[in-house]
Design a protein around this ligand. Sequence first.
Ligand code: HEC
Ligand code: HEC
Ligand code: HEC
Ligand code: HEC
Length: 112
Amino acid sequence: MKTFSLTLLAVAGLMFSFLGMASEHLAERHAGFGIDCVDCHLTEVPTKRAKSKACKGCHGDKVDVPLFQAEERSVDFHESPHGSVRCTKCHLAHQQPVMYCNECHAFEKAVP
Ligand code: HEC
Ligand code: HEC
Ligand code: HEC
Ligand code: HEC
């Protein structure tokens, strides 16, 4: 079973590289922009999850993104009508990001 899933992973990795798609996670892409662990974690040796405060330090309190047209409404993922949401609810940095809103909605939009 383990070998099988490792093979699948390898195949997925190959497909990504053939398609020229980004297979790296957010932290690796930031490393590509010259941004180090400490810039997100605010400690030399990270032990805990990075916090939104660090993201906002560089990106500001609200990044403008295009409105997303859902079936019955326009949605601004950076301005939830339910109150403020931590950046890292959606933008995970070392694993696949998550469209947090889809705990309840069904927005067909991927998080970078
Ligand atoms: C030290 C500054 C810095 C910190 C801290 C930082 N970023 Fe970034 N981020 C950048 C820069 C520079 C870029 C590349 C230029 C751009 O797209 O704005 C970038 C790009 C991005 C992108 C779009 C590009 C991509 O590859 O997806 C996302 C999404 C993002 N950052 C989210 C975050 C989140 C979430 C955090 C906190 C966990 C964070 N950033 C922390 C500087 C920073
Ligand atoms: C509810 C999920 C969610 C939360 C919470 C969230 N984002 Fe995003 N973010 C998205 C989605 C979805 C996109 C892609 C938008 C698009 O491309 O239309 C995005 C795009 C971005 C980008 C790239 C913008 C660009 O021009 O390419 C940055 C940078 C970013 N977010 C930073 C943040 C920061 C900083 C926070 C916290 C203050 C945050 N996000 C909170 C879902 C989220
Ligand atoms: C773009 C910002 C960013 C960068 C750069 C980054 N991290 Fe993270 N890190 C996070 C976020 C957000 C989490 C929360 C969990 C996740 O995203 O997977 C996290 C989680 C972690 C955790 C897990 C803590 C826990 O208890 O779950 C460790 C350890 C960690 N990072 C270490 C590092 C190291 C080492 C580097 C540099 C090689 C690094 N990180 C670079 C944003 C970042
Ligand atoms: C815990 C469940 C839950 C989560 C998580 C959630 N929503 Fe909602 N949302 C609802 C419910 C319930 C309604 C009201 C019924 C409806 O309009 O669908 C609603 C309504 C909305 C509306 C319409 C509000 C209005 O004033 O007309 C928007 C826009 C919306 N949500 C966006 C978001 C976004 C963006 C996120 C993620 C940042 C999110 N929701 C996360 C449950 C949730």
